[in-house]
Design a protein around this ligand. Sequence first.
Ligand code: DC
Length: 220
Amino acid sequence: MRKIVIAIDGPAGAGKSTVSKQVAKRLGLTYLDTGAMYRALALKAMRAGLTAEDGEAAAVLGDRTTISFGQGDPQAVYLDGEEVTSQIRLPEVGDFASALSVHSPVRRLLVKRQKEMVAAGGVVLEGRDVTTVVAPDADVRVFLTATLDERARRRCAELQARGTPASYEEVRAQIAERDHRDMTRDDSPLVLAPGVPELVTDGMSVDQVVSAIAAMAPTR
Ligand code: DC
């Protein structure tokens, strides 16, 4: 029997990563962070001196690139065998990834790889197109979100905890900009697809969100 697939979609800062990792842990499934793949390819493109407008060139580069995952929390990410776990989290890499991800050749390449990783099942995957494009047939699909203010507050707390505090207004503006770009790109924009339940997590603890999603999983 095919093992289950849980797809968690939603905007930046909704808590997709935290929640997806914990759902995976609770249900004994593998966690797939699709955004990390866009970030890893962005890092490689930046190092190669490409601009974020060079979608075609980035896809060609990506074709010769291996992106893989290891263990740990944060989960280790490897770019051609080199560990880049913390480098891909730099804000400039995130911005580059967001801009690069509007290009269809880049999306085609990474979506193909993601579909291969999901085919065997037993996966919780997260990202801004996973309920619509990467895993539209997932057993469980959820659109995880929270108000812009709530997401900005959470991101600020996260940055503070990491020892890199940033101003609330700046963080809020960055998230709003990311939302706009992710929602208005032509190729597979971030969207709440018909039939996908929206979970607005303002006022919910991580544990409550994880339990709500785990409860949607079919029991076999
Ligand atoms: O989730 P994240 O912040 O790590 O993702 C970084 C960027 O990658 C995000 O701004 C848009 C892009 N992305 C995407 O287009 N599709 C995905 N499934 C995941 C990420």
